[in-house]
Write a protein that binds this ligand. Structure first.
Ligand code: NAD
Length: 306
């Protein structure tokens, strides 16, 4: 399993450490902003050395810093770049991040024509849609971490309430990895028992989940641990061809009246990326929320460059 990470900032570094710590890769290439240069070492060079030493505690992994040519033949390329100040709201950096993606995606895909592209860069769903367009790859091979992180944030809250391990809670945050996201409570269950959607507490949980990223930013200035774990879990599902169901941002083709935009739906993940999405049953209010998510992402895409 060869993974390249592009953008060695807070998220890229945390993802690299997670992949090494969990022993999920055989080869890891860290692509920072500058090509590595022994005279003027970049942050990515130092990070690669540090991680290489960390592999001695886990299992051997070839770790290096590099550029596009070192990334060639990657199975997965994780895109964690940002051209914007990370304290700003998710949509603020859309133009800067779109510009970076237009520059980096074509050469990366040319060097790794069979790779799966996994986006963490915000605004996540707009950037995933844009990457799909730029890369011209089959839709299953371009995905974003989407609402997996939001789903886990919700499951932690539900777990505390039910006294049941988050793993046994089946409740999905769907739609946009952003403020228009919603919980598909109508299909939520814990240990097989339905979770009654009509309690004020559950709506409070939904709101807390939506605000969690903003709250972490307010205290620590950025978020990285949760998204790194989310990306690592997706990479593991690809590497092991696990067919795990994970909510990821993927091209929607006619679900709830939405098409041609990337949003999160529960998806079966395997060696080829998104193998299929599940047509989860939504009540009318949830379907309407899903359409509002699509509109929010379209507005971001329409405003690029304006
Ligand atoms: P950061 O500023 O710490 O790191 C971004 C890195 O990208 C920087 O090191 C920068 O040098 C690098 N970069 C910029 N252009 C590049 C290029 N052309 N080639 C290689 N590297 C390049 O930001 P961060 O906190 O790591 O966040 C990264 C992105 O992830 C942001 O868009 C952020 O909003 C997003 N994010 C997403 C989630 C999620 O759940 N999807 C969670 C947290 C952060």
């Amino acid at each position: 399993m060869k993974v390249s990470i592009v953008g060695i900032g807070k998220v890229g570094s945390a993802l690299a450490l997670t992949l090494v710590a969990r022993g999920l890769v055989d080869e890891l290439v860290l692509i920072g902003r500058h090509p590595p240069n022994p005279v003027d070492p970049s942050f990515a060079v130092g990070e690669a050395m540090d991680l290489l030493h960390a592999t001695a505690f886990t299992r051997p992994v070839r770790v290096c810093a590099g550029g596009v040519s070192e990334s060639s033949g990657s199975n997965v390329i994780a895109i964690c770049v940002s051209g914007a100040e990370s304290r700003l709201p998710r949509t603020t950096g859309a133009d800067a991040n779109a510009k970076i993606l237009r520059e980096i995606i074509p050469p990366l895909v040319a060097a790794s024509p069979d790779a799966i592209l996994l986006l963490a860069t915000n605004p996540l769903d707009a950037m995933t849609t844009l990457t799909l367009q730029i890369s011209k790859l089959p839709s299953g091979r371009v995905l974003g971490t989407g609402t997996l992180l939001d789903t886990m944030r919700l499951r932690v809250l539900l777990s505390e309430k039910c006294g049941i391990h988050p793993r046994d809670i089946r409740a999905y945050v769907l739609g946009e990895h952003g403020d228009s996201q919603f919980v598909a409570y109508s299909s939520a269950s814990a240990g097989g028992a339905r979770i009654d959607p009509d309690t004020a507490l559950l709506h409070w949980f939904e709101n807390q989940t939506r605000l969690a990223g903003h709250e972490i930013m307010r205290h620590k200035g950025y978020t990285n641990a949760g998204v790194a774990m989310a990306a690592a879990v997706i990479i593991e599902a690809i590497g092991t061809d696990s067919h795990e169901v994970i909510p990821v941002s993927t091209l929607v083709r006619g679900f709830a009246g939405v098409r041609d935009v990337c949003l999160s739906l529960p998806a079966v993940i395997g060696r080829a990326g998104v193998l299929r999405t599940l047509e989860i049953e939504l009540v009318p209010a949830e379907a309407e929320a899903f359409r509002r998510c699509a509109q929010a992402v379209r507005t971001t895409l329409d405003n690029l460059g304006r």
